[in-house]
Write a protein that binds this ligand. Structure first.
Ligand SMILES: N[C@@H](CCC(=O)N[C@@H](CS)C(=O)NCC(=O)O)C(=O)O
Length: 88
């Protein structure tokens, strides 16, 4: 899937990131890395990542929730092209 979100179950910023994608009707794949082992697998793929969420679009790392908010408009424009059903 085009959008991947690494999350932990107790993470407030993960909830906010997922809510943003739901609000805009954009599907995503959630990868739960609550366990130490799974967090380690995320670090193998994204060595610089220290926190969750980590959001990727087409394999390109956007970053965390604050990065999503910083680039919200250009990201939404790109996603509208990928998902015509995406809400403004
Ligand atoms: N600026 C980051 C903050 C993310 C953040 O602080 N995430 C917390 C959980 S909500 C975290 O990963 N803490 C370290 C950990 O759980 O290992 C963002 O907007 O995504």
């Amino acid at each position: 899937m085009a959008i991947e979100i690494y999350t932990k179950q107790t993470c407030m910023y993960c909830q906010k990131a997922k809510a943003w994608f739901k609000e805009h009707n954009i599907p995503y794949e959630e990868i739960d890395v609550s366990s130490v082992a799974d967090f380690g697998k995320m670090k193998e793929r994204l060595p610089e990542a220290k926190t969750v969420p980590q959001i990727l679009i087409d394999g390109h790392l956007i970053g965390g929730y604050d990065n999503l908010m910083e680039y919200e408009q250009p990201i939404l424009e790109k996603l509208r092209k990928m998902y015509p059903e995406a809400q403004a």
